[in-house]
Design a binder for this molecule. Structure first.
Ligand code: ATP
Ligand code: MG
Length: 139
């Protein structure tokens, strides 16, 4: 089966995230890979919004883990950018996150290589050469 891929502008990416969020069965574990500014938090925000979370999803500079209530259970946003490696996972309560009956959305999952659950949904975002308005989404 070919890997689904699409080049999307920001409006289309948000729309995709909202559709994905509506269809996502909670609990779920979703990883979002991609460079700085690739649109990972934008996508997290759209997914959380579609799940009915009313609190604004922010890109926090200090908190690695943020939890948002939603009618479909907690949405946990994890941004591992500042994690130096898997050895630091216990400090952020990684085991509790894995066990939580929640929808977990993880940016920079490569930082937790080897400690990710097997049933994860992996989303990837990339910049598109010469098109600063587009991102290539692979899912
Ligand atoms: N097609 C697009 N999809 C998403 N964002 C876009 C698009 N085109 C431009 N942008 C811009 O790119 C930026 C994406 O920022 P965002 O915080 O979502 O990225 P990120 O992958 O979470 O970055 P970081 O690794 O720093 O957390 C925003 O400023 C957004 O306006
Ligand atoms: Mg981000």
């Amino acid at each position: 089966m070919p890997v689904p891929v699409a080049d999307l502008d920001e409006v289309a990416l948000v729309r995709w995230g909202e559709e994905f969020g509506r269809a996502l069965g909670a609990p779920a574990f979703v990883t979002l890979s991609g460079d700085l500014g690739a649109g990972k938090t934008t996508l997290v925000r759209a997914i959380a919004h579609a799940m009915g979370a009313t609190q604004a999803v922010t890109s926090q500079s200090y908190a690695l883990v943020s939890e948002y209530p939603s009618p479909r259970g907690p949405v946990i946003h994890v941004d591992l950018y500042r994690l130096r490696g898997p050895a630091e996972l216990p400090q952020i309560g990684w085991d509790d996150i894995l066990r939580a009956p929640a929808t977990v959305l993880v940016e920079w999952p490569d930082r937790a290589e080897g400690f990710l659950p097997s049933g994860q949904v992996a989303l990837r975002l990339e910049h598109v050469d010469g098109r600063p308005d587009l991102r290539r989404l692979t899912w």
